[in-house]
Design a protein around this ligand. Structure first.
Ligand code: PLP
Length: 248
């Protein structure tokens, strides 16, 4: 029996497929990151297994599935429960320096764990200094493409220099860029944010400070526009899990 989770997952995959075809992109090249804030380990496990079932049954595009947590505390609490799933995990919320060790300990429990919210040279240097994994720690640069003061991230203008800086650090591997678009009913508003992120990557590629860098952008309400602008990973919460309970 397909559960509501299966149905919402299937519908989300369909939205991604439609957006990819419209943009003349290969649907399988667009990865799905589940934004798992507030979800229990049990629900996250069910979603990962539902995705794998749907792929095995040939019912959805066999795209890569990742998970993303906003809070270090949630990441740490759930990592031991989900470790056996061998799913790639990302930190997609802000990281304070006093939580670095905590975060790294949780991330190593996952396959290829990555920190996607690096936005200063100082944070990058600290991560590189603390990381003692076998291979370099994957990171992304968070770019504030909307200019909103409430959002973290480096400015689009400063992002290329940060990419160059990270490239010189021995223990970090730059994987790409992430952004959160401005929320708006006007689709052009999010689109402008996504175009800005794509330009940052272009600039860094041209400068030779990274290869094959990915774009993590697009959420439940703006994934179509993100895919049209070149998103390689979209981060989806509501469209897969349903509305989040509002925190009291
Ligand atoms: C919550 C969250 C998402 C997903 O948002 P939805 O609108 O629920 O799809 C994506 N990225 C980040 C950084 C988030 O915090």
């Amino acid at each position: 029996m397909p559960t509501p989770l299966h149905q919402r997952l299937r519908a989300t995959h369909q939205r991604l497929d439609d957006a990819a075809l419209k943009a003349e992109r290969n649907p399988v090249s667009i990865a799905l990151m589940l934004a798992t804030k507030t979800q229990t380990s049990g629900t996250i496990r069910a979603a990962v297994l539902a995705h794998r079932d749907l792929v095995a049954a040939g019912e959805v595009t066999p795209r890569a599935l990742h998970i993303g947590e906003n809070r270090v505390q949630e990441l740490s609490a759930k990592a031991p429960d989900l470790q056996d799933l061998q799913v790639t995990a990302h930190l997609i919320g802000p990281l304070q320096s006093n939580k670095i060790n905590h975060t790294l300990r949780a991330l190593v429990l996952h396959k290829d764990g990555s920190i996607d919210t690096v936005d200063t040279a100082e944070l990058a240097a600290r991560l590189s200094a603390r990381w003692d994994g076998k291979s370099p720690l994957p990171v992304m640069i968070q770019v504030n493409t909307s200019g909103e003061t409430s959002k973290s991230g480096t400015t689009p203008a400063d992002a290329p220099a940060l990419a160059q800086h990270i490239g010189q650090l021995p223990n970090l591997a730059l994987r790409g860029f992430m952004t959160i678009a401005r929320r708006s009913t006007d689709p052009d508003t999010a689109r402008n944010c996504f175009i800005t992120l794509a330009r940052v990557r272009e600039e860094v590629h041209i400068a030779g400070n990274g290869e094959g860098l990915v774009l993590s952008m697009g959420m439940s309400n703006d994934l179509e526009s993100a895919v049209a602008c070149g998103a390689d990973i979209v981060r989806i919460g509501t469209s897969v899990f349903g509305e989040r309970p509002t925190l009291a």
